[in-house]
Structures are given as C-alpha cells and as structure tokens.
Design a protein around this ligand. Structure first.
Ligand SMILES: Cc1cc2nc3c(=O)[nH]c(=O)nc-3n(C[C@H](O)[C@H](O)[C@H](O)COP(=O)(O)OP(=O)(O)OC[C@H]3O[C@@H](n4cnc5c(N)ncnc54)[C@H](O)[C@@H]3O)c2cc1C
Length: 396
C-alpha cells in the first residue's frame, strides 16, 4: 500500500514512535516504517534519563559538549518526558516518578539499577537491603532465582508458586485469566508473610498489567512491586505495545516488518523510499523524513573491519579512531569508544556534511549519545524523538 505523508519516520523504536506521536498530535499525516521490533522490548521498561547524580536533569549540564541532550535542552527534555507520561497514561500504562529524581530499583540479580521513571507496577521497587522483603517466584521459571535477591538482603525470604508454565510470557498471559489470578491471590494471602513489601518478577500480565497489579495488591492488602526480568522483558514489551497502540489511535500509518529497499532523491530533498517486500513494491512519499533506526543492535549502524556505515541513506558517520581503540580491554567497563559512533547533526537534528534539507535524525543512532556509558537510553530516545519532530514539524 503506497502512501504520501507529511512526515515519514524510518525506525519504530522509542525515538521514532515518540516523534510520530508528537507530529500526529499536531495534526500531521505520519507514517512509521520499521524493519522489526525495537530494543526497548529487551529493556526493563524503565526510563533512564541520566544515571549520574540525584537529579538527572540537573546532571545534563555535566555531559560532554557534543552530547545530543544539549541540542534538546533541559526544559525540552522535561517536556518530552511529560508527553511520554501522558501518552502512557492514556494507554492505561501510567509511569510514576519525578523527572528531577533518580531512583534505585531492585534488579533480578539482587542489585540496584539507577533509573528515573518507572511503570506503576514498580512504584515500590526501591532498593533497600535493610528492610524486610518477601520475594515470590514461580516453579521452574527460567532466569529468575530468588536466592540472588535474598542473599543480598539482611532480612528476606521467598516462596514459590506453581503456575503450570515456565516462561515469562507464558506466566504473564496466565495472569490475565481470572481463575488463575484468583488462585494466585488466595495462595498469596495464605502465606502469612511478615510485614514488608512483596516482590514479584515482572509477569503480572502482558497488556493488562495495571489491572492485574491492582487486583493482586488489593487482594493481599500489601505493597507489591515487579522486578524486571531478563529478556524477553514484559515491562519492555508493554512499553512498546503502549506506544504502538497510541500511534494507531492517533492515526499514524504503520509499515511494520519492512526494511528500506531504495531511496528517491530530487535535488537536495528525499522524495520517497521504497519498501522491501516479497510482492509489489511499496512507495512511501514524504515532505520530510526522520531517521530513527537505532544503533548497531537494530541495524541502523553497521560495523566493518575499520569503518561504520549508516544503512538507509549512507550518511557520513562519525567513527571514533581506528578499530584498535573502539573497545576497552575490560568488556564490562563503561565507555567503550565505539559507543560514540553515529550521525552528527546540527541544531535542527539534520545530518551534517550532507546536502539533504528534509531529513532529521534522532535516537541512539546519534553520534556521541553513549547510552550505555551515561545510562540514558530511553530518556535520550524520547527527548531527541520529540525534538526532531518539532524541528521538522515546522517545515511541513
Ligand atoms: C538489553 C538492553 C537493555 C536496555 N535497558 C534499558 C533500560 O532499562 N532503560 C533504558 O532507559 N534504556 C535501556 N536500554 C537502552 C534503550 O532501550 C535504547 O537506547 C533505546 O530504546 C533506543 O531507542 P531507538 O529508538 O534509538 O532505537 P531502537 O530501539 O534500536 O529502534 C530502531 C528501530 O529501527 C528499525 N530499523 C533499523 N533499520 C531499519 C531499516 N533499514 N528500515 C526500517 N527500520 C529499521 C529497527 O527494527 C528498530 O525497530 C537497553 C538497551 C539494551 C540493548
């Protein structure tokens, strides 16, 4: 199905989807083309804005001068995060937290992770190893071991429920079944757990997590919270599902599961892209384009022996030195130089050193974003997605 749009967004990750939402809210006709599902499906579903310091927004000033957050500005980052929260609330998946406050939430390894906004199912997930905590696990559930958590707490215990299935997604689906949910709540009530919070791996429903969470909390009259699990991550999938629902509700056209086959240019402008498909070709025309194809994980960037290329428009790509300097010897050390690779943009999020006037770039494909080092992945994707939308929205 060919089409003509005000703005065509290539890449359906958080940055591309937030750009689409922002443009659709301004009445623009928008399409999102995505080769596959985004990285946020593997994430905790939490919105990391910037891990350093107590106030992530205040910390933006200490980032290197070339970090993309500086192009957005503190006020606009805060507004973009508020837009994200509004959208997720409208979709029945509210996020809690204060954009000026970092929090430490408990992880499935019994450690803490710094983040900012969290799904409501993690509202009480703050890490406090001195407070009593009771962990619920599920019989034979893969990749979740309550002992990891209890061993790091001075006073903690766990209990195991048998859901009859062993996968994260399978258990989450079961929670959306009323008799199963009631059986679980009765079981939980009968445990006679000492005062304190109750932690459950993030399996409390797939798309109906809010309902399930409130019913479990009310059913046992205690503070319950979810712990994000290893991928596949239910909170990450819910985040993706919520944004996708918002796009559809706002009339955004989705071309999903399709990569770009060819690009049509006329002078300094991109006129259209053609989508790869088994049958007829699909031509998608736009007045403006936003590139949001992500970094190496999603295939927006591709690394070869000594080069890195951008895979849709073959844009000039910043490369930090030669391959020998890309990685630290210690794999787990933060700040591998290769994380700086990406597309450099001007203050309107247009790629530098190109002759193209109607292309803007956002998200983790941006040069110098270093999302792992600064732990700013979803926050930066939201902020630059909305900023790129504003930059091109005025032109169409
Ligand atoms: C395992 C893991 C866990 C993480 N956990 C967290 C976390 O807990 N909190 C946090 O804040 N951040 C986390 N991050 C980082 C964060 O999720 C990402 O930085 C952010 O979601 C990136 O969003 P994006 O929109 O830039 O790109 P992506 O999510 O990478 O999306 C890019 C999209 O573009 C599509 N695409 C690529 N090439 C093409 C093409 N040629 N044509 C069409 N479409 C194309 C891809 O299929 C993909 O859907 C995590 C990252 C990873 C890898």
């Amino acid at each position: 199905m060919s089409g003509s749009y005000d703005v065509v967004i290539i890449g359906g990750g958080i940055s591309g989807m937030m750009a689409a939402v922002a443009l659709a809210e301004k009445g623009r006709k928008v399409a999102v083309i995505s080769k596959g599902d985004p990285v946020c499906c593997f994430s905790t579903g939490c919105i990391d804005v910037l891990a350093d310091g107590d106030d992530p927004l205040n910390g933006l000033g200490s980032l290197p001068d070339n970090h993309p957050y500086h192009l957005v500005g503190e006020d606009a980052v805060a507004k973009a995060l508020e837009l994200f929260r509004d959208i997720m609330s409208e979709e029945g998946m509210p996020y809690v937290g204060d954009v000026h406050v970092n929090r430490r939430v408990l992880t499935s390894l019994g450690r803490s992770k710094v983040t900012c906004l969290v799904p409501e199912t993690m509202e009480f997930a703050d890490f406090d190893p001195d407070e009593y905590i009771h962990v619920i696990s599920f019989y034979k559930m893969k990749d979740f071991y309550p002992q990891y958590i209890t061993s790091r707490y001075t006073n903690a215990d766990y209990s195991i429920f048998d859901p009859g299935v062993i996968t994260t997604a399978g258990i989450a689906e079961k929670f959306e079944n009323r008799p199963f949910l009631e059986k679980f709540i009765f079981w939980l009530r009968d445990l006679d757990i000492p005062e304190g919070r109750i932690a459950v791996p993030a399996v409390l429903g797939r798309s109906l997590a809010g309902d399930v969470y409130h019913q479990v909390s009310a059913g046992c009259g205690r503070k319950i919270f979810e712990i994000p699990t290893m991928p596949p991550s239910m909170p990450g999938l819910r985040l993706f599902g919520g944004l996708k629902k918002a796009l559809l509700r706002k009339g955004v056209n989705l071309y999903w599961g399709r990569g770009i086959y060819s690009v049509e240019k006329l002078g300094n402008r991109i006129e259209a892209v053609t989508l790869a498909s088994a049958g007829r070709t699909t031509r998608v025309e736009g007045k403006a384009f936003i590139l949001a194809t992500g970094s190496f994980v999603s295939g927006g960037l591709q690394a070869f022996m000594d080069t890195v290329t951008e895979t849709v428009f073959d844009l000039p790509t910043y490369l930090p030195g030669s391959r020998g300097t890309w990685f630290n010897d210690d794999f787990f050390a933060p700040g591998h130089e290769i994380e700086k690779a990406g597309i450099r943009v001007d203050s309107s999020f247009r790629p530098v050193e190109t002759e193209i006037d109607n292309l803007h770039v956002c998200g983790s494909i941006l040069a110098f974003s270093e999302v792992m080092k600064h732990r700013c992945g979803n926050g930066m994707a939201i902020a630059t997605g909305v900023a790129a939308a504003q930059a091109c929205g005025g032109l169409v």
